[in-house]
Design a protein around this ligand. Sequence first.
Ligand code: ASN
Length: 476
Amino acid sequence: MQTDIARLLLLYTGGTIGMMPSERGYTPVSGYLERQLEAMPQFHDKTMPRLTTPPSRFGKRIRYDVLEYAHPIDSAYMDVQDWVQIAHLIEQHYDAYDAFVILHGTDTMAYTASALSFMLEDLAKTVILTGSQIPLSQSSNDAIENLLGAMTLAGHYEIPEVCLFFRGHLYRGNRTQKVDAAGLQAFDSGNLPPLATTGTHIQVDWDLIRSVPRKPFRVQTITNRDVAAVRIFPGIRADALANFLKPPIQGLVLETYGSGNFPANRLDLMEVLRLATERGVVIVNCTQCHKGMVNSDYAAGSALYDVGVISGSDMTPEATLTKLAYLLSQDLPTDEIKQQMQRSLRGERSEPQNQTRFSFRERAFLDSVARTISSIASSDDKVHLERTLYPVLLCAASEIGDLEGIQRMLDDGADINARDYNGRTPLHVAAAAGQAHTVQLLLQHGASPLVADRSGRTPIDEAHLHQHPDVIALFK
Ligand code: ASN
C-alpha cells in the first residue's frame, strides 16, 4: 500500500485537554500540548521531520501543524469574537490543509460547533471539534482517544461538515449538547444519530452526511449579539420575560416544556410575547427536552403561534441561538429571517416530512425509477438521465443486494464502474455492506476492485474495514 499524507491543521483554543493543575485548579498552559504530542508515538513518528503520525492501517499518515491561541482559554470564556476568530483562521488556512481539528473546552463546545456550522458557508472540508474531560497531562485520560479519533476521521474521510467528536462518536456539531458535566460520554445528539462511530472499525453513515457544496467556501461572520434564551418555569413572572425581550434584543429562544408547551392560560405572558413579535423580535419555540421536537399537538403549545412565535422543530437551543445571531448579522428582512429559521440551513433541523418519503433502499422504488429510465424513447434525455441516475441507483441496489435490479440496469447499459457523489462504485458499496452475492455478480461483470473513492479507499479496503471474510475471499 502506498503511503499518502493528509494535511491537517490542529487548532488549540484551550479547554481541559491541554490543562495542567495549578493552585487555583486546572488551567490551560501555552506550548504544553504541542510538546506533549511530539513526544507521543501515536501522534508523532520520530523518523519524520515534522509532526506526522505513523501510517494508519489504510497506509495514510497525517501531517499536522499545531496552531495555538495566544492565550488558551477555558471554554467558559468563549465569546462571539472567538467564534469569529476561529472561522477566520480556518478561512486563512483553508487551501493549505485538507481538514481541520479544533481542540476546545467541552463546556461551550456545542455552541461553538453550532456557530461555526452557520458561519462556514459552503464548507467542502472536514472540520471536527473535540476536547476531553480529563487533561492529557493526567496518566489516565480521554484526551488521547478523542484527539486520535478526531484526527483519524479528519485525515481519512471527506465529511464536509462542522462535526464534534467525543468518546467514539462523530456528531453533526449543530445537533449536539453537553449532557454530562464529568462523565466521559459528555455529548449527545438527541435528534440525529451519529454521523460515524469508531471502534474496532470505523462506521460512517454516508446517508446522513451532507453532500459537497458546489459554491466556493466563504465565511459569513456573526456580528449581532442581540439574542437571548429563556427557559420557561412554573410561576415565571411576566416582567422577567419582558426583560429578556427588551430592546436591543432582536431574537429569543423560548425554551418550553415537552413538545413545545407553554402556560398559555397566563394572559400576561402571552401579551408580552405578542407585543415583542409585533415589534419584530423573532421568537423561536424550542423544547427543554434533549430529545424530540416542538409541535402543535397541545393547545398549550399552538397558542404560541397565534402571538407570532415560530417553531424551532427539533433544533437544539444552542443551534437556535447561534442561527438567530447568524441570520440577524445579515441585512435580512424579518420575514426572511423567520423563513430561514424554519428551514434547515446546515442540517440543524429535520425537514418537515408531510409527504411520503421514498427511500433509495426500497427495491420497489429503485425498480420503478430504473424501469422508467429504460422506457424513455428520446435518446438524448435517456443518455442524460442514465448518466445522472444509474450510478446512484446501482450503488443503492448494491447495498441491499438487489441482484435482479442490478442485472436489469446492467442489461440496459448502466456503467458498472460509475461513481456516486462520494466517488464510490457499486463494488465499494456491496463490499462494505457484506453483500457477497452482489460482489460476485459485479466482479463477473468486470467491476474493478482497485478503484479508490474520495477518501482513497478501494472495494478491497472496504471488505477488510468492515470485516466481511466471505467478500475478502471473493477478492482473493
Ligand atoms: N471547563 C472546561 C472547558 O470547557 C471543561 C472541559 O473542557 N472538560 O474548557
